[in-house]
Design a protein around this ligand. Structure first.
Ligand code: ACO
Length: 432
């Protein structure tokens, strides 16, 4: 619960305006400016919303200064063990608490029952170019689910929402695997009802009709951890896109499709692809780690050190910390090495002692080490952001649900500071 704890005074034109101040459960304070325009004709200027709380949320908590991340109150580090699995985390994010055994089993069954694509949807999928960007395919397919699952366009009941969530989470995995198989010219492998979420995905990705892919425990664990760490991150760019679309009372499929499109951008989820291109570029001898750091510091050069920096974290992203250790664990178990991991470590070492990065508090974010793990599983680089989307889907559904059912929720409609032409007249063509 947020608490009306205090008030703030704004002095403008010799007039004093009293504003309420709310305090969140972790002590963070937020000034309520909702009446400023209505009562005083004033807006607040906050381009890119870096300082604006757009909702009250109880899904995920982040303290960017201290590098803290919690899902439904549970510190993210507690998910870095063999027992928690992505599906129970998904359930907890969407429904507010960890599921009991029966609830988890029931949800798992729903996922299994819904893992196939409607044949009509599959036919639509086959009409898309084989070499289309996987994120474009994913967003189109999620959007098209609205054509095949019209029973989920109105979600006022939690049970129906659970059905929609199960379908989305299950089918997105099938869409992702089919996208890879089709681009690689491989036959589709249908989901195996006896396999868990992550193992089933790896089976659809890598089995052959005459040989079932043996999913190793370490790979399944690594994928499970990756999906959990990507599952939600409060009001990030894609979650906000989902909320904005949802606020117009658009359906869950339309809203999650918008989330996919926002995630695609290289400043957001697309950064995991950029990181891999950067590491690979260094490995192939295109440039040295030191040159990469220098290029990132040069404001005349559009290059950025991808996988570094974050709007909220001014400290090490706790997900990156976990993934760095997970890389060591996976490679030790697989008795393998990846030169790109050494390059990533070198870049991190250089950046963390460089005043440019230190002064700006730029640290590795979730995308810095995730690609190395995806690569170790044999997932191609152009599928990395799709993997991120698979992980983030429960978060989008949770954000959608919270927005949709929020008391007094209104359409999200920001203001602007108009800096265009003052009133002017239309000129006929010959007078221009
Ligand atoms: N490399 C070099 N310089 C950087 C980087 C970077 N990766 N990130 C930020 N900076 C610099 C900026 O140039 C700016 O410098 P200035 O103060 O001299 O102008 C300063 O640090 C502050 O950066 P902003 O751009 O204001 O930070 P913002 O909060 O707007 O952006 C973002 C955050 C987009 C993540 C940024 O750090 C970035 O582009 N990082 C690389 C892309 C990336 O890894 N994205 C994934 C983020 S995590 C996620 O979405 C899953």
């Amino acid at each position: 619960m947020t608490d009306l704890s205090d008030s703030a005074k704004l002095l403008i034109d010799d007039k004093e305006i009293n504003l309420d101040v709310y305090t969140g459960v972790e002590g963070e304070r937020s000034i309520d400016i909702t009446s400023l325009y209505k009562d005083h004709g004033l807006t607040t200027y906050d381009p890119s919303l870096g300082n604006t709380a757009i909702c009250r949320s109880s899904i995920t908590y982040i303290d960017g200064e201290r590098g803290v991340l919690r899902y439904r109150g549970i510190p993210i580090e507690q998910f870095d063990r063999p027992c928690p699995n992505f599906i129970e985390v998904a359930w907890a994010l969407i429904f507010g608490r960890l599921p009991d055994e029966e609830e988890l089993e029931q949800f798992r069954e729903m996922l299994t029952e819904n893992e196939l694509l409607h044949e009509g949807l599959k036919n639509q999928f086959m009409t898309l170019p084989v070499d289309a960007p996987p994120m474009a395919i994913l967003s189109a397919m999620i959007s098209m689910m609205a054509c095949y699952h019209k029973e989920f366009l109105l979600l006022e009941d939690e049970k129906i929402l659970m059905g929609a969530a199960a379908r989305l989470i299950s089918k997105v995995r099938t869409i992702a695997a089919f996208t890879y198989r089709r681009a690689a010219g491989l036959p589709f492998i249908y989901p195996h009802p006896g396999l868990r979420y992550c193992a089933n995905f790896l089976h659809m990705m890598f089995s052959l009709p005459y040989r079932q892919f043996e999913v190793s425990e370490e790979m399944e664990d690594a994928l499970n951890l990756l999906l959990i760490l990507h599952a939600d991150h409060e009001q990030n760019c894609s979650a906000s896109a989902v909320r904005v679309v949802c606020s117009a009372q658009a359906n869950l499929f339309a809203s999650c499709s918008a989330g996919v499109n926002a995630l695609w951008g290289p400043l957001h989820g697309g950064a995991n692809v950029k990181v891999m291109e950067m590491l690979d570029g260094i490995y192939r001898g295109g440039y040295k780690p030191e040159e990469c750091i220098e290029a990132a510091k040069d404001h005349n050069n559009p290059f950025r050190l991808f996988g570094f920096g974050h709007r909220v974290y001014r400290n090490y992203d706790p997900r990156a910390k976990i993934l760095k250790t997970a890389c060591d664990r996976l490679f030790a178990k697989m008795k393998k090495a990846d030169p790109l991991l050494d390059i990533a470590r070198k870049l991190e070492e250089l950046a963390l002692k460089d005043p440019y990065f230190v002064d700006r508090k730029l640290y590795p974010n979730v995308d810095f080490y995730s690609g190395i793990l995806f690569r170790a599983m044999g997932i191609p680089t152009n599928m990395f952001t799709v993997m991120f989307a698979m992980g983030r889907l429960p978060g989008w559904i949770a954000q959608w649900k919270e927005q949709h059912f929020a008391d007094g929720a209104k359409i999200i409609r920001p203001r602007q500071l108009y800096v265009g032409n003052p009133k002017s007249n239309y000129l006929e063509m010959e007078k221009r």
